[in-house]
Ligand binder design. Structure first.
Ligand code: GAL
Length: 347
């Protein structure tokens, strides 16, 4: 196990951004304070260690891009319709940043903040940020922590948040992963333990939960994405792939909710989470991203995201799992990414 902390450029020429690299015997991850991002995840493949996280070699790359690459997204990830919601009889007006709706926390969300390092040791680092009362229109001063732990073959991402007023919280990680470390994710196999998903309207706002059964949204059995991504199913066509919230079937934390693997690299990843849902996004609009690590060109479908968290627009949707955080109570949520090698490629 080892721990390295180094400079990763200066934000606006003044604020120091740090990179922390943690490694176990099995794999290595780097994180940066800007956006509390996951900058790299290097895991064993059948051809040795490969980096399965899309991202940039420099701070400029992170500042210039608008895809939320690797970032911690909040205070409320995904969309809030009409850039407004009511809480305790009061209407809160947010900053609209996607048409008339609010996406990923607003104009200057958690992904654009330079987080403090609260604590770090050989296998974990905790990033800390205080989101002031009224930031982007949200009520309450919110103290947020993101803890990354690298242990054995597992990366654990744990969130906690405390507010001094009732507020809404949906914090997710927006890493784009490519388990072959190159090419598109069309050859990836995916399983999501979900009976219900949220179809969306033309503004990507959820309509009403619908069964996955009998549709290409059914990922309950391992499925190769190429069979589905160009489907004529209206929801997939409109989004140019998957960009949908799946309600995760309730089960014990020890049962994996999501599996993803690449035959090309032999890398298999399992996700364990206590989040109620996942936004599954197949990088449908990655084109136009600045050059990535080692000059990589990220085109559409170069990476996929499993954004474990709450449902989009839940502050306006009492029928969805609640994203309310009451004053004085603590929000916590964890997701574990477990990495391995497919049996037939195992060494
Ligand atoms: C995803 C979202 C997509 C898109 C993307 C960022 O979380 O579901 O619709 O906004 O982030 O480019």
């Amino acid at each position: 196990m080892s721990f390295i902390i180094e400079d990763f450029g200066k934000l606006n020429g003044t604020e120091q951004v740090k990179r922390i690299t943690l490694s176990s015997d099995a794999f290595e991850c780097s994180f940066i304070t800007y956006g509390a991002c996951i900058q790299s995840i290097k895991v064993p493949s059948k051809d040795g260690l490969i980096d399965i996280a899309l991202g940039f070699d420099t701070l400029e790359g992170y500042v210039q891009q608008d895809k939320y690459m690797g970032a911690t997204v909040g205070r409320f990830a995904n969309r809030i319709s009409g850039a407004a919601f009511s809480l305790n009889g009061k209407e809160y007006l947010l900053a609209p940043n996607e048409g008339r709706n609010t996406l990923h926390g607003g104009l200057f969300g958690f992904d654009k903040k330079n987080w403090a390092i609260e604590d770090a040791d050989v296998n974990s680092v905790t990033f800390f940020y205080i989101s002031p009362d009224g930031e982007e229109g949200f009520p309450g001063s919110l103290s947020v922590r993101v803890r990354y732990t690298v242990d054995g073959n597992r990366l654990t991402v744990s969130y906690s948040a405390d507010s001094d007023q009732d507020t809404v919280v949906n914090i997710i990680n927006h890493s784009y992963l490519n388990l072959s470390s190159g090419g598109t994710v069309c050859d990836h196999f995916v399983r999501i333990d979900s009976d219900l998903y949220l179809p969306t309207d033309k503004e990507s706002i959820p309509i009403a939960a619908a069964p996955v059964a009998g549709t290409p949204m059914d990922l309950r059995q391992v499925t190769i994405l190429s069979e589905r991504l160009d489907s004529s199913f209206d929801q997939i066509k409109k989004a140019r792939g998957y960009d949908h919230c799946f309600i995760l079937n309730p089960s014990d934390f020890s049962a994996s909710k999501i599996t993803c693997y690449s035959d090309a690299s032999g890398v298999i990843m399992k996700l364990f989470t206590d989040a109620p849902a996942v936004q599954f996004y197949t990088g449908n609009f990655l084109d136009g991203c600045p050059a990535g690590k080692g000059g990589a060109v990220y085109s559409d479908r170069s990476g996929l995201c499993f954004e474990t968290g709450s449902c989009p627009d839940s502050p306006n949707r009492p029928e969805f799992p609640s994203a309310l955080l009451k004053a004085g109570e603590r929000f916590t949520q964890s997701t574990v990414f477990e990495f391995g090698l497919l049996p037939d490629t195992g060494k």
